[in-house]
Design a protein around this ligand. Structure first.
Ligand SMILES: N[C@@H](CCC(=O)N[C@@H](CS)C(=O)NCC(=O)O)C(=O)O
Length: 344
């Protein structure tokens, strides 16, 4: 009789335990499976930042951040077009990832500690080393940020930009007037309408936004870079397979540049004698299979978007209207700090 009575209690403990285990790892190894079943990658991007994520005249998403999404789609499906882009503003970007609205975020978002420790996210690497700067009218006669005391500065709510701005002005004992707005478009409009004297943002964004002004040459970017803004793709915590896939797709583009493998030469690279190249493009080893993909995953990504240098130059570098120098984003072998661990 007593054994009969205990059994339901025992069973409900088992049920509760399995529910607890399931709920504490809701996203484990589920994202790749869901993406494959859906047949398209859901990628969160910016809302119209030239060179990084914007729609071209044929309504096709283009840009540096967009190409990271396309590289992942190519690695998974062999087709860079299998991406559904969700433009997200600063306020919506992280909750869209947390609530599974997107599988990954590739949207000028800075890797910071609290975004990992309190938002349940993980940054898969640094796609672009950036820093915060200031843009203002050339005829304002200001040539260093230390002359900005008392100026009204336009920024955006919910960004690292807003926080760094306050830190920088207080550290330098300068009075600050802030006009914080909800979107990049509103900030630029307020600056254009002279509601603020200065626009502050990641320097890459200042290059992009300046091109939207009627006389871009009448605006200068000051030399000071006041913060570290390592920008990169982010995923939800709890799915290590998916985290690895995003991280190694980014690293495959960087390694491809270091090894001289380009979009146009990737088919020759498959026949290369170099062990490093052979592992990268899948001629040796089972690296793709270990990610849950096929062995040519990196070759597919590079064939689709090019290596890291090609992605940079085409979208934001010398071949683009932004013309941003490689700077910190040059490879470590070329005086920069872009460095990918080896495929091994
Ligand atoms: N990197 C900073 C700022 C990123 C950000 O959201 N910047 C604003 C200011 S320009 C923005 O809306 N960017 C345009 C976009 O992504 O469409 C952060 O992660 O907080």
């Amino acid at each position: 009789m007593s054994g009969f009575k205990k059994r339901p209690v025992f069973l409900s403990i088992i049920v509760l335990l399995s529910l607890f285990l399931a709920s504490s790892h809701p996203a484990r190894a589920q994202t790749l499976k869901a993406v494959m079943e859906r047949g398209t990658l859901n990628c969160g991007v910016g809302q119209g930042l030239l060179g990084f994520s914007s729609m071209d005249d044929k309504n096709v998403w283009t840009g540096f951040d967009v190409d990271i999404c396309r590289a992942v789609a190519a690695a998974i499906f062999g087709d860079p077009a299998k991406v559904t882009f969700t433009p997200l503003d600063t306020a919506a970007r992280f909750s869209a990832l947390q609530s599974n609205k997107v599988d990954m975020l590739s949207r000028n978002s800075t890797w910071t500690m609290s975004r990992e420790s309190s938002l349940g996210l993980m940054f898969a690497g640094v796609a672009y080393y950036d820093g915060q700067g200031f843009l203002l009218r050339r005829d304002a006669g200001v040539d260093t940020a230390l002359q900005l005391g008392g100026k009204t500065v336009c920024t955006q709510t919910g960004t690292t930009t807003e926080l760094n701005l306050a830190d920088y002005f207080s550290a330098n004992d300068m009075p600050l007037k802030v006009l914080a707005l909800g979107t990049a478009e509103e900030s630029l409009k307020a600056y254009d309408d002279r509601k603020c004297d200065v626009l502050t943002s990641d320097v890459s964004q200042l290059y992009a936004e300046r091109l939207k002004l009627s006389a871009p040459d009448s605006h200068i970017i000051l030399p000071e870079v006041i913060s570290k803004e390592p920008l990169g793709p982010a995923v939800r915590q709890g799915d290590d397979q998916w985290f690895n896939l995003i991280k190694w797709t980014l690293y495959s583009l960087i390694n491809a540049e270091e090894l001289g493998v380009k979009s146009a030469t990737v088919d020759d690279a498959v026949k290369s004698q170099s062990p490093d190249i052979r592992r990268l493009v899948g001629s040796d080893g089972e690296f793709g299979e270990q990610l849950g993909l096929t062995r040519d995953w990196a070759a597919r990504a590079v064939r689709a978007v090019g290596n890291y240098g090609e992605v940079f130059e085409r979208n934001v570098g010398t071949q683009s209207r932004l013309s941003i120098p490689r700077g910190l984003n040059a490879l470590w072998t070329q005086g920069g700090i872009q460095y990918a661990p080896p495929v091994r």
